[in-house]
Design a protein around this ligand. Structure first.
Ligand SMILES: [Zn+2]
Length: 143
């Protein structure tokens, strides 16, 4: 894939790279209005044809948090408190959405975004949407 963007939590324990054929400026920016994402001010992106590589330096310093329908894990760094991505396992496959505000590339603006509200979805609708819009290839790399 021709483009990539990387990021991490604040202390660097959780690192990620999205590989995509989409121009980085054209990657979606979605601001979720749910109570969790509002508190974090997160802006999410994903490419349903892309892939996400993840490297975690110390897995003991990552907390997984579930809420709502409990169908996705938020990866929260327990050292610095930043949440770089969500992963949802659907039919045995991991799908991810990334908080673009944790990108290390300062040129990747998240000032323009679409507001999303998924609060009225059923659990099935939610999983169906994720399987169509989230990143369908998640690769955990060893250190
Ligand atoms: Zn951290």
């Amino acid at each position: 894939m021709k483009n990539k963007v990387s990021g991490s939590c604040h202390c660097g324990n959780i690192q990620w790279t999205i590989h995509t054929d989409v121009e980085l400026d054209d990657l979606p920016r979605r601001k979720c209005g749910c109570s969790y994402c509002k508190k974090h001010g997160a802006v999410y992106t994903s490419d349903p044809k892309g892939k996400l590589k993840i490297r975690i330096k110390d897995k003991g310093k990552v907390r997984l948090y579930r809420f709502g329908t409990k169908t996705a894990d938020v990866y929260v760094c327990s050292v610095c408190g930043v949440e770089p991505f969500f992963i949802s396992r659907i039919n045995g496959n991991d799908y991810a959405v990334v908080n673009l505000n944790t990108s290390v590339d300062p040129a990747l603006s998240t000032e323009k975004y679409v507001k999303t509200d998924f609060s009225k979805e059923t659990k099935e609708e939610r999983l169906d949407r994720r399987s169509k819009t989230w990143i369908p290839k998640v690769i955990f790399e060893d250190n």
